[in-house]
Design a protein around this ligand. Structure first.
Ligand SMILES: [Zn+2]
Length: 296
């Protein structure tokens, strides 16, 4: 892994300024001439035709129908206050075709803008899906520019959720185990992954998920690197481990198939000289876990 590598959706450069979010401070930020807002529709960011995120002044949103919670304050990019909002009607701001699913939008965004778009998407999704107080059921209200919600009835504060997931490089000698879910494109394979359960360490989740999905025991789990994943808000934690056996008992409720691939087969896929499986998109941590394995 090279020193200047940035994991896709990580490497954000904005200051979240969590200590300057009073109503008066937010009003001052939104009124600045250089303030900008990135725009979403149904989770898809608007892009400029020349590439990069479409940015407008927040005042251009006045009179538009915005999805709850309205504009949220992402933070400062240098001296530029940056907001994000989700529009009911995309044509209010730019042509509908300029809104791209974030997976395909990654081809047109710098690493910094991918991080910005991922953070914005995760926060907007969280607000949209957590409008009611989980304690008493009342409608809660966004606070502090959208970094939390508060219930006006019981006064409970609710904070954005990040869900931890382990994603595994399961190794045996010079082979790695990859699997595929039902309905994936033909030839698509990826590293096995699963949510961490309450009361479980990252290492224990790796062992449990591997046994549940393919029926093998593992040893020596070791953390490699992680990735924020904005569908809707996961932290993917890459872990390598060694299989204690190779014979698979595939849980068909979880996986359609799983197979061992040799280092040469994986290298050929990355060199585009082999087709043992479809090469994983560069914006996925699984792509970088396999590349990391090939380089070590
Ligand atoms: Zn409440």
């Amino acid at each position: 892994m090279t020193d200047n590598f940035t994991m896709p959706f990580a490497g954000g450069t904005i200051d979240h300024v969590e200590t300057q979010r009073s109503p008066a401070e937010l009003q001052a930020f939104v009124a600045k001439p250089q303030a900008r807002c990135v725009i979403f529709h149904k989770g898809a960011p608007a892009l400029r035709e020349s590439g990069g995120l479409h940015r407008i002044h927040p005042s251009e949103l006045i009179g538009r129908n915005l999805i709850d919670p309205g504009p949220i304050f992402l933070g400062l990019e240098g001296e530029t206050p940056l907001f994000a909002a989700s529009l009911q009607n995309p044509e209010d701001v730019t042509h509908q075709d300029n809104f791209k699913d974030l997976r395909s939008a990654t081809r047109f965004l710098s690493p910094e803008e991918m991080a910005l778009a991922g953070r914005a998407k995760s926060l907007l999704d969280w607000h949209f899906n957590h409008r009611f107080c989980a304690k008493c059921g009342q409608v809660s209200q966004p606070e502090a520019g959208g970094i939390k919600r508060k219930c006006p009835s019981c006064e409970t504060e609710h904070f954005p959720r990040v869900n931890p997931v382990v994603i595994m490089l399961i190794l045996s000698g010079d082979k790695v185990l990859l699997g595929r879910g039902a309905g994936w494109p033909e030839g698509a394979m990826s590293a096995l992954a699963g949510f961490i359960s309450p009361g479980e360490s990252m290492e224990e989740a790796v062992a449990r998920e591997t046994f549940e999905e393919v029926g093998i025991r593992i040893k020596n789990p070791r953390y490699i690197f992680s990735q924020p994943w904005p569908w809707p808000s996961q932290l993917m934690m890459g872990v390598a481990c060694e299989a204690e056996s190779k014979e698979l008992t595939i849980n068909k409720d979880e996986l359609e198939d799983a197979k061992w691939f040799t280092r040469d087969e994986v290298q050929a896929v990355y060199n585009k000289t082999g087709e043992a499986f479809l090469r994983l998109p560069r914006f996925t941590i699984a792509h970088h876990l396999l590349r990391h394995w090939l380089e070590t």
